[in-house]
Design a protein around this ligand. Structure first.
Ligand SMILES: [Zn+2]
Length: 365
């Protein structure tokens, strides 16, 4: 083996060793996570740390030799609690931003979706910015903003500000897409244009990834230097001019992405909802009317029905024994009256007889 051959083997061994050592390094040892203020609960910070760890692990196959430098993640409660010096770096409505030159990531907890994948998607987006910065170093400033945001959205699997190809597909035919030169160094501040910029970056980069593959796309970032801009790398990789690339992407957006049919479907759905509103109102009126009728019928039935057992006024039952006692008393009284009458008649009879005997005796004397 000659000297050059031995050197190549030695360098390959070093590379292999560094890859092995990197694989053993825990993901969370590359970043330090802190709360931006007391308004950030410890559970939120813990959730953010776990999400950052998972996001970094998911990105390492795309950036096998990164990170090279540790970075800092600061979790803030809301945009209002951001320090004044950081507010200018934040795009209203986005749940985070990165400052790769300072190896800093800032997360706005109140703008992160509260489902299981919300925090991890935001972390993956912002960590991608950090890793792109480290990969492009020292030419990080050469990577266009649209490429930064496009790659971050594609790798995280989610867009910011609910941006989608459906939002922008109609702009192709009306020539209202943003010129890429206008989103080269920064994104617009106007909310509508900002959303278009996110959607356009996502769609263009997703289409580029389909053309040359993810690994080649990321390698273009690594290959940038003073002579090789990202655009130049794209032209070389695709063998198409930048104008041809834009035209081909427009065609894809119109005819290959399915965005037009998705947009039409959502418009049809909205239209159907609008058309269905009078029918819904009619159905509601009918239902309310039939319910009112049922209530009236039930009320009428209640009025016609005899009172239920519970509604009968309570009359204590007549005491049969007492009644019989009363009858007995009456019978006894009748009997006594009859006896008295008979006694009186007997007495009168006896007196009459005695009078007659007395009278007879006197006549005998
Ligand atoms: Zn971003």
């Amino acid at each position: 083996m000659d000297y050059d051959g031995a050197l190549v083997v030695f360098l390959l061994c070093i590379l292999l060793l560094s890859v092995c050592l990197r694989a053993q390094t825990p993901a969370n040892s590359w970043f330090a996570i802190t709360a931006g203020g007391p308004e950030v609960a410890s559970e939120v910070l813990q959730r953010a740390e776990q999400a950052a760890e998972a996001a970094l692990q998911s990105l390492q196959p795309v950036f096998p030799l990164l990170p090279r430098q540790p970075f800092r993640i600061v979790v803030h409660g809301s945009e209002e609690s951001l320090p004044e010096g950081l507010k200018a770096s934040h795009h209203v409505g986005s749940p985070g931003f990165a400052i790769p030159a300072q190896h800093e990531i800032h997360i706005l907890a109140d703008l992160v979706r509260h489902d299981s994948s919300g925090m991890q998607a935001v972390m993956a987006h912002e960590i991608t910015h950090e890793l792109l910065g480290q990969l492009a170093n020292p030419f990080g400033e050469l990577l266009p903003r649209w490429a930064h945001e496009g790659i971050a959205q594609v790798l995280s699997g989610e867009t910011y500000l609910d941006a989608s190809e459906e939002n922008i597909v109609w702009r192709v035919s009306t020539n209202q897409l943003l010129p890429f030169s206008a989103i080269e160094s920064d994104f617009p501040r106007d909310p509508v244009q900002l959303r278009v910029a996110y959607a356009q970056s996502f769609s263009f980069v997703a289409w580029l990834e389909q053309q040359i593959g993810r690994a080649r796309l990321i390698k273009l970032v690594d290959e940038m230097d003073k002579e090789t801009s990202f655009w130049r790398g794209l032209v070389l990789a695709t063998n198409r001019t930048s104008a041809e690339l834009e035209t081909d992407w427009h065609d894809y957006l119109l005819y290959g992405s399915g965005a037009r049919s998705r947009s039409l479907l959502s418009q049809c759905f909205s239209l159907l909802m609008i058309l269905a509103l009078p029918l819904l109102a009619l159905a509601m009126r009918r239902r309310m009317r039939s319910e009112a009728k049922v209530r009236e019928r039930m009320a009428a039935q209640e009025r016609q029905q005899p009172p239920t057992f519970a509604e009968v006024p309570y009359n204590p039952p007549v005491d049969a024994d007492l009644d019989f006692a009363e009858e007995d008393r009456e019978d006894r009284k009748d009997h006594e009256d009859r006896e008295d009458r008979e006694d009186r008649e007997d007495r009168e009879d006896r007196e009459d007889r005695k009078d007659r005997e007395d009278r007879k005796d006197r006549e005998d004397f």
